[in-house]
Write a protein that binds this ligand. Structure first.
Ligand code: NDP
Length: 337
């Protein structure tokens, strides 16, 4: 029987290349969880994908009711079959917005879509995953949320959840909170903060559910896929020069195809049957990672080629006190204990 995979954001960039990688490997049936069903239908046709190995389901991560509806629809579709793999990949990056945009539930979009929607999705699907023989849940992280790297530590602004005042107020029912730290909107930082929440969520899921359910939770940094539509909000000069800079100066560039193979590897490779891990590849990136000691592996490696390794996240991501608060506030926000 084919393994059943839920993949968010399958209609573009890394999600689409992961779908292609899974189709190439065979043996997987992918539920494409997308905000725009018509776009996904077009993509399936245009890319010549195997429609017999996928189904398309609506998932608007910026609407908590849509997340709950998606879970109901998924259950009606798969009936009593377990879910083998959940890949939380979708995201928005809104660095140019002068003002915050909000989800249908009144949460700033980077936080609401990248973190809160996926948080609810992952928690609701734990029961569906735990019945599988090798259940895995991968939440895509990023170097940019890790302040122990050049990409995340030296490139302004740095991720910083502060004391989570924004998330706390949102959990208490306040609408239109602009940042997790409770400060004024700053798009580039909102994205980085959301990625910190993504990686923290993975560690919390691991701590709370791995032993009792057998689900392996992981996060990963795919490398800098500098030409995906994630950068659609950036100016044209940036979109032209950034891939060249990442390719020829830092060496951190990874093609969409390779990044998709990497994300697919997290669920298909027996070597990735581990929990509480942040995966990266020690490709040809130079200077992307800052090492605390010269013998440490590069902490934010990337670049094309290389082998998968267990990377280290920043101290903030591993701050258990903070991540407990993140868990408590986000749970309240989505209506769970
Ligand atoms: P893309 O913009 O190409 O893909 C993002 C996907 O998310 C799209 O399919 C988009 O749908 C979907 N999406 C956006 N908003 C919503 C929503 N409200 N509900 C449901 N789905 C939504 O970006 P990438 O492929 O580059 O990014 C994928 C992941 O990789 C993200 O988690 C990102 O943080 C991470 N990442 C990317 C890096 C890079 O260099 N590109 C580096 C490190 C991490 P639609 O197709 O309709 O637009």
């Amino acid at each position: 029987q084919r393994k059943l995979v839920v993949l968010t954001g399958a209609s573009s960039g890394l999600g689409l290349s992961t779908l292609k990688a899974l189709q190439k490997k065979k043996g997987y049936f992918v539920v494409c969880a997308v905000r725009d069903v018509a776009k996904m239908q077009r993509v399936v046709k245009e890319e010549g994908l195997d429609a017999g190995a996928l189904t398309i389901m609506k998932l608007e991560l910026g609407n908590l009711k849509s997340v709950r509806d998606f879970v109901q629809n998924l259950r009606a579709f798969k009936l009593t079959r377990p879910l083998d793999y959940l890949i939380c990949n979708a995201a928005v990056y809104l660095p140019k917005d002068p003002q915050a945009r909000f989800t249908d539930d009144g949460i700033e979009q980077s936080l609401g879509i990248n973190h809160v929607g996926h948080f609810l999705l992952a928690r609701l699907l734990i029961d569906d995953l735990k019945a599988a023989s090798d259940p895995r849940c991968v939440i895509v992280g990023s170097i940019t949320g890790n302040t122990n790297t050049i990409g995340g530590g030296l490139v302004y602004p740095r991720a910083d959840l502060g004391d989570l005042e924004g998330l706390r107020s949102a959990a208490a029912g306040q609408k239109y909170v602009e940042m997790a730290d409770g400060k004024g909107f700053f798009g580039a930082k909102a994205y980085k903060d959301s990625k910190v929440c993504n990686m923290m969520t993975m560690y919390e899921l691991h701590a709370r559910y791995h032993a009792s359910t057998g689900i392996n939770f992981a996060s990963m940094y795919p490398g800098c896929i500098a030409d995906t539509p994630l950068f659609r909000e950036k100016r044209q000069w940036f979109r032209t020069l950034f891939p060249l800079f990442m390719k020829y100066v830092t060496g951190g560039y990874v093609s969409e195809e390779e990044a998709g193979e990497r994300l697919a590897q997290c669920v298909t490779d027996p070597a990735c049957k581990k929990s509480g891990i942040y995966w990266s590849w020690n490709g040809n990136a130079q200077q992307v990672g800052v090492k605390k000691n010269f013998w440490d592996p590069p902490s934010g490696a990337g670049g094309s080629g290389g082998e998968i390794f267990e990377n280290q996240v920043s101290d903030e991501v591993r701050n258990r006190e903070k991540s407990r608060l993140m868990w408590e506030y986000t749970s309240k926000l989505v209506g769970l204990q």
